[in-house]
Write a protein that binds this ligand. Sequence first.
Ligand SMILES: C[S@@+](CC[C@H](N)C(=O)[O-])C[C@H]1O[C@@H](n2cnc3c(N)ncnc32)[C@H](O)[C@@H]1O
Length: 161
Amino acid sequence: MTPDEKAPPGVDPTIPSVARMYDYYLGGKDNFAADREAAEKVIAISVEVGNDVRVAARRNREFLGRAVRMLAESGIRQFVDVGAGLPTQENVHEVVLRAAPDARVVYVDNDPIVLVHARALLAGAGPVPPGVAPVEEWRPGPGLEPDFTTPSYLGVVGRVP
Ligand SMILES: C[S@@+](CC[C@H](N)C(=O)[O-])C[C@H]1O[C@@H](n2cnc3c(N)ncnc32)[C@H](O)[C@@H]1O
């Protein structure tokens, strides 16, 4: 995570998180020792049974990118990404806004570290596209409430227990 592995407030780095383990499978750096240790166990088992979880994670991201791009190109303008995960390459809003700059993307995740990273990513990205915002546990901020009277994508991709 950071050189001294300091966790942001509200995050217990000793408890592995699905989001940070997934980041590790994808080769990311936003994970703690406990995440890496748990992830290595899953990797070992997945390799043993012939279905490497790191390859599965990459394929999953590729599928997500193809799916949201196709939907944006087909005219969908509202995307609610449930279980968004830590920001990585080709995030949903990047793919969607490339295809449809007027689209709206709302991220939902219940892992506090995902929210910390999502805010940092969006803050560092220059002007924040008006429809892109991390949302805590189904409580969209003012003006970000999904309008389900219009055709929308409500996506749950990856593991959401
Ligand atoms: C494996 S990641 C998937 C990331 C991304 N959707 C993808 O497919 O690449 C699963 C994410 O779901 C989140 N999650 C799990 N349970 C959730 C819940 N009940 N509500 C919101 N997010 C949840 C985790 O924190 C994690 O970030």
